[in-house]
Design a protein. Sequence first.
Length: 266
Amino acid sequence: MPRKRKLLAQLSALQNSTSFPQIDAVEQLNTTPGADPSPKSSKYFVIEKKNSPQLQEDFFNQPCVSLAKSFLGQILVRKLPDGRELWGRIVETEAYLGGEDEASHSKGGKQTQRNAAMFMKPGTLYVYQIYGIYFCMNVSSQGEGAAVLLRSLEPLQGLDAMRELRRASRKAPTGLLKDWQLCNGPSKLCQAFGIDKTFDQRDLTQDSAIWMVPGPDPPGEQDVVTTTRIGIGNRGEWAQKPLRFYLRGNRFVSVVDKKMEREMAA
């Protein structure tokens, strides 16, 4: 709870510029003592008035591992066609280093129509499909063919819309998804944010439907768990490389490495 109270206070730095209109339900939370939390926003966060500068090219233009760590705590914003905005705090990432990385789609430096975004300027979205159904979203970094996979988000705003989008993407009806289930995985966050192949090769610094803003509480080194990537399979030494990063103690992370966390605690 202390971390959530701290974020509640600090997230007052994140909305109500001309680019980010405020949400009425959140305004009610700010002005009505004891009001119930709006289902449109996380009960743990209040987003108030203040300018929210969009992350620019200089942020994305850094080496892959550095960018993967720097993403933690930043806010992904998605504007839906109907004007609603979805906000999520990045809590888990993976780095894919390009040609030398046997687990990367650009291994060997091979550029194809599918992975072209990985070779574009830092901040370019690389969206690909898996199993012919689901999508995963990456962001290009410095380095030929290098990119960062966004694995999990902590939903902040627009949770009702995220649930609608998750339900629409499923084959069978299910019960109401809990907050922590909305974006705790790379395909889940794409479903919840309405991300599909049409977002491939978009520029996060220029696009009007998706961008990033700085998070209010940058994590310290002691807050970041560094561990192996998920689902790499038979990639030799690359399956064991410590190229996944997540916020320790955050319940919105997809897979927790308890052994690594115990070592950090010791």
